[in-house]
Design a binder for this molecule. Sequence first.
Ligand SMILES: NC(=O)c1ccc[n+]([C@@H]2O[C@H](COP(=O)([O-])OP(=O)(O)OC[C@H]3O[C@@H](n4cnc5c(N)ncnc54)[C@H](OP(=O)(O)O)[C@@H]3O)[C@@H](O)[C@H]2O)c1
Length: 216
Amino acid sequence: MSATRVHNLAVSLDGFATGEPQSLEAPFGHAGQRLHEWFFPTATFRRMQGDDRPAAGPDDDDAFASRWADGIGAEIMGAHKFGPPGWQDDPEWRGWWGEEPPFRTPVFVLTHHPRPPLEMGGGTTFHFLDTSPAKALDIAREAADGLDVRIGGGPTVVRDFVAADLVDHLHVVVVPILLGRGVRLWDGLEGVEQRYDVDSVSTSSGVTHLTFTRRR
Ligand SMILES: NC(=O)c1ccc[n+]([C@@H]2O[C@H](COP(=O)([O-])OP(=O)(O)OC[C@H]3O[C@@H](n4cnc5c(N)ncnc54)[C@H](OP(=O)(O)O)[C@@H]3O)[C@@H](O)[C@H]2O)c1
C-alpha cells in the first residue's frame, strides 16, 4: 500500500506553521519568511527555482529537504495553501507557483468551493475536491498509481489528516522563533507521539528535524 507523507513542514517553537493575517502580499502573514530561512539555501529549494547551483552553505538540511519528491505520485493541499483569502472568487487564480509548479503530479486542493481542474506545465494538474480527508486520500492514491501521497499543508489540513490517523510519515522542522499567533499544527493532537517512532536531528542552520514514523 502506498504511504501518506508530510515533508518540510516548518513550525515555530510555539507550534505555528504560518502567521497572520495571510494575504497576497504576505502568504505567511507576520511570519514573513522566518519559517523557511533554513530551506532557501538548500540544493532542493534551488532546484525547485530552476537554479542548478549547489547549496549556498552547509547542506545538512538537504538530507531531509530532498526527500520531498522521492516516490511521490500525488499531493493533497488545503485551500489556504493554494491561494490567499478570496482566491475562490477569482476565476484567473492559478496558484502561487507560476505556469510550471514544482509538484509535477496531480495535486488535490481541498476546498468548499470546487472548480474544474487546472492543467499546468511540467506535469502538475490541480483538482479541486470538497470531501473528507479519507475520501480525498482514496482519490489521490488512485491518481498516484502505486506511489506515495504527500500531504502538502497547510497546518489545518495536516492536522486533520493526522487526527484521522491517515499519515504514515510526518517530517516537521522546528524553527527556533516564537510567532505568538497564526495557525497551530498541534492543537487537538494530544498524545500523537504514542502512535509514532520519533527521531530528532539538529542541523547547523539551527533548526531541528523531527520525523514521526507510524508504528506498525
Ligand atoms: N510552515 C510550512 O511549512 C507551510 C507549509 C504549507 C503551507 N503553509 C502556509 O500555511 C497556510 C495555510 O494553512 P492553513 O492551515 O491556514 O490552511 P490550509 O490547511 O491550507 O487550508 C485549510 C482550508 O482548506 C479547506 N478545506 C480543508 N479541508 C477540507 C475538506 N475536507 N473539504 C473541503 N475543504 C477543506 C477549507 O477552506 P475553505 O473553507 O476556504 O474552502 C479550510 O479552511 C498558508 O499561509 C501557507 O503559506 C506553511
